[in-house]
Design a protein around this ligand. Structure first.
Ligand code: NAD
Length: 545
């Protein structure tokens, strides 16, 4: 306990280490990769009320780039453990909600320190081995973005708590930023270790207790995240981790009367199911569950005739193929003026010829495997569609193999039809489709960009002409929640580009910003009157003249 109005300085984004040959971080990471592979298969228990829970029934966690290698075996939940985890969260709630917010904040600030020092190589190695991220992609996600989430959220919470109403003379008004009623259900995707950690911890920072269900394919890094949080001093029951399939956990958690909120990131289809389950039972909860979901995207780059083609080519390749195109913000459809296409095509073909796809443990590769066989087959089907439908022309890639790992070559098609399947649907893999347009149809093209897909997550305009930038910014105002000028549409940084989209891309509650934290509080207004009225109850206007 302490009597102090503390201030939290604006954090600095965690510096991204280079992992260049000869750097100390490279040696440490390579050693950790070797030891983690040597340890396998690790046993991954669930964590309920602070205790390890094993059901004995497990699923295998494999390296997507070497799918025969079993890294870990995760204990699978049944309905029983989900109920135990919810009960633990509800029990822990009373103490956690009344813990001073500074004490809660200290846990996450300490977790950020542990993450960026003692655990940096561990969390990066787990993300590389389990999710097939390259060293650089793991570093910007699992170490840097996550440290930023934890540090910036504490800073934003401190600002939120200072938001107070005015008070008139003799009265003191206070806003008590309480957590929600009940428990929060955090459901997380495979593609970002940072998102997997942020979804349960942002509500927990605000005093909520949580049931956390990570994607099966992210279980290895989830295990180490829980280890960091426990070491940072997170009390038992505040975050309860269960492994297993979504529908099994969802069947219990989404229908529980104490469901206070859902913090989801994943596909639009799953989010729609979650929302409709909650909607169908809306009269049966003790409160109205807050539903926050960040979902799919069909992210665009629209190039004006004044665009710098070198910058455009790099934006397409990095935006489209980093982490195998498995970022919700990945460049997926590109609009290029017809007259610039021949030169751009040459540049793209030259870049793609240099990209190697392989094992992340060999640091020379730009790309590695896609997450699992289901994703691989889905990408292969899109590529076959592109190769067989005469609407498309294959520009680069178009090959795939799953002999060793789930490898899909960086693939580029052109599409004559601007509304064809590959221009419209989220593929979530390394496939980029380009439509070329006549320069005279610039404003019609902007309208096409806006209307082609149901999503509105990220997008970019590449142009040197300022008037064109303004036209695009205006025409595409509602087409993307994160809009970029002369940059790729991925790579948002916490505190700098709050992330999220609208339409079919989610509720746009901007993870890693004060707007997200607001969703995890249910404020109580307290009015205290220092001299309450006494004597006559009647008001002066009632007196006779
Ligand atoms: P997914 O929808 O398949 O799974 C997400 C999570 O939901 C997993 O933990 C899964 O087990 C769980 N789940 C599945 N069915 C469920 C059910 N019926 N009830 C409860 N939980 C259930 O998504 P994914 O493949 O892990 O991730 C890829 C998707 O995530 C892409 O569509 C991508 O665009 C999106 N994504 C969006 C953002 C964003 O900020 N907008 C960020 C990252 C990923």
């Amino acid at each position: 306990m302490m009597d102090a109005l503390t201030s939290i300085a604006t954090p600095i984004n965690e510096p991204v280490l280079s992992y260049a040959p000869g750097s100390p971080e490279r040696d440490t990471l390579q050693a950790r990769l070797r030891s983690m592979v040597g340890d396998h298969p690790l046993d991954l228990p669930m964590v309920i009320n602070g205790a390890d829970v094993r059901t004995g029934e497990t699923y295998d966690v494999r390296s997507p780039h070497r799918h025969r290698r079993i890294l870990a075996r995760a204990h699978k939940t049944t309905h029983t453990e989900v109920t135990l985890a919810i009960n633990a969260a509800l029990r822990a709630k009373r103490d956690w909600a009344s813990t001073p917010w500074t004490a809660r904040a200290a846990i996450f600030m300490r977790a950020a320190e542990l993450l960026t020092t003692k655990y940096r190589a561990t969390i990066n190695a787990a993300t590389m081995l389990g999710q097939s991220k390259t060293a650089y992609q793991a570093e910007i996600d699992a170490a840097c973005e996550l440290a930023d989430f934890w540090r910036f959220n504490v800073h934003f919470a401190s600002k939120l708590y200072t938001e107070q109403p005015i008070s008139s003379p003799g009265v003191w008004n206070v806003l008590d930023h309480r957590p929600l009623d009940g428990f929060v259900f955090a459901i997380t995707p495979f593609n970002f270790t940072a998102i997997a950690a942020n979804l349960p911890t942002a509500p927990a920072l605000m005093g909520n207790t949580v049931l956390w269900k990570p994607a099966e394919t992210q279980s290895l890094s989830a295990h180490f995240l829980m280890e960091i949080l426990r070491e940072a001093g997170l009390p038992p029951g505040v975050i309860n981790l269960v492994y297993g399939d979504g529908p099994t956990v969802g069947a219990v958690a989404l229908t529980h009367a104490d469901l206070g909120g859902v913090h989801f990131t994943g596909s639009t289809a799953v989010f729609n199911q979650i929302w409709s389950t909650v909607g169908q039972r809306i009269g049966e909860y003790k409160s109205y569950p807050r539903i926050v979901g960040e979902t799919g995207g069909k992210d665009f780059i629209v190039a004006h005739t004044s665009a710098d083609l070198d910058a455009l080519a790099v934006a397409i390749v990095r935006g489209g193929f980093e982490f195998q195109g498995q970022k919700c913000s990945a460049t997926s459809r590109v609009y290029v003026p017809e007259s610039r296409w021949a030169s751009l095509r040459e540049r793209l073909a030259a870049h793609c010829a240099k990209i190697t796809v392989g094992d992340v443990e060999d640091f020379s590769h730009f790309m590695s495997a896609v997450i699992d066989e289901r994703a691989f087959r889905k990408h292969a089907a899109y590529i076959e569609h592109g190769k067989t439908d005469t609407n498309y022309e294959l520009i680069a890639g178009g090959t795939y193999t799953m002999d060793e790992g789930y490898f899909v070559a960086p693939t580029i098609f052109t599409s004559r039809d601007p509304k064809a399947k590959l221009m419209r649907e989220e593929i979530f893999g390394p496939v980029v489709t380009v439509h070329t347009y006549p320069e005279s149809q610039w404003s019609e093209t902007l309208a096409l960009v806006d209307q082609t897909s149901p999503y509105a997550l990220t997008g970019a305009i590449m142009a040197n002409d300022r008037v064109a930038i303004e036209q695009a910014s205006r025409a595409l105002r509602f087409s993307a929640g994160n809009f970029y000028v002369n940059d790729k549409p991925s790579g948002a940084v916490v505190g700098q580009q709050p992330f999220g989209g609208s339409r079919a891309s989610g509720t746009n509650d901007k993870a890693g910003s004060p707007l997200n934290l607001v969703r995890w509080v249910s404020p109580r207004t307290i009015k205290e009157t220092f001299s309450p009225p006494t004597g006559d109850f009647a008001y002066p206007f009632m007196r006779s003249p």
